[in-house]
Design a protein around this ligand. Sequence first.
Ligand code: ADP
Ligand code: MG
Length: 275
Amino acid sequence: MVDPTPSLHDPWIGRSLPLPNGFVTLRKRIARGGFSSVYQATSRQHPAAVKILAPPYQGLSPFQQRLRREAELLERLAGRGAPRLFGVGEFDGALFLAMELLSGLPLPTGPLALPEVARLGRALLDAVAPIHRCGIVHRDLKPANLIRVGDTIRLLDFGAACEVGVSADTAAPLALNTPAYSAPEQSVNTPPDPRDDLYSVAIILFELAAGRRPYLGDPVALLEAHAAAPVPSIRTLVPALPAAFDALLLRALDKSPRGRFADAEQMRAALQRFL
Ligand SMILES: Nc1ncnc2c1ncn2[C@@H]1O[C@H](COP(=O)(O)OP(=O)(O)O)[C@@H](O)[C@H]1O
Ligand SMILES: [Mg+2]
């Protein structure tokens, strides 16, 4: 969530925190989520972003483990589709992660014209493909975790991310993702599969094209809808869209990963005709 409250009296502002290879100085709070706050910062003259666990979670090992895992995965990605990791540190009992600050714009809100949806979808899959090639599944793709940098999209928030095929329990303790965008199999703790992310990309594309998501309701209703409700045709909302686009979404939103596109490259190729 983008921080709506001023950060003037935040005790972290102005602090310099130690990293293995230097310091990072916090300048301004940019977001406050449920479990952590994110600050704009500088490290050796470079713009940085620092994610710090919120006070109630600072001493709790599952949350520390989650932040450490996020750092490990960012390190492995080395900037591919994601911010570069600057380092992990601890200050005053609070664990923090310092990374590259990405400056850009949020995703636009729909309904957008189909070529624009296809361009954004292609940019998104161009960020997703390299993380999958590194053996990582993001598992929490949604507009709040994406940033548009020029013509590209970069992925933020690897807090729910896992290694492919590792049991989700051990891979990501407290993988708390967002029911509105998550694939049905994610709610039953199946081993992470890159096709989980392709489902979330399809929900994002649906929302960009129609101005609303395919399923609405409270978290429990959403879990049930992802698991069992027939996929609504986007043409009931936007009749002018071609049947082929409907078919693309239907495939990517298949309840079973086996029914979806095989990988991000294949889904990208299918979007190409709508540019
Ligand atoms: N590296 C970064 N560069 C720029 N903004 C960032 C960066 N990391 C996070 N943010 C901003 O902070 C918000 C919260 O960060 P996120 O990692 O999603 O935390 P949470 O786990 O609390 O959702 C993001 O939605 C984004 O607006
Ligand atoms: Mg987030």
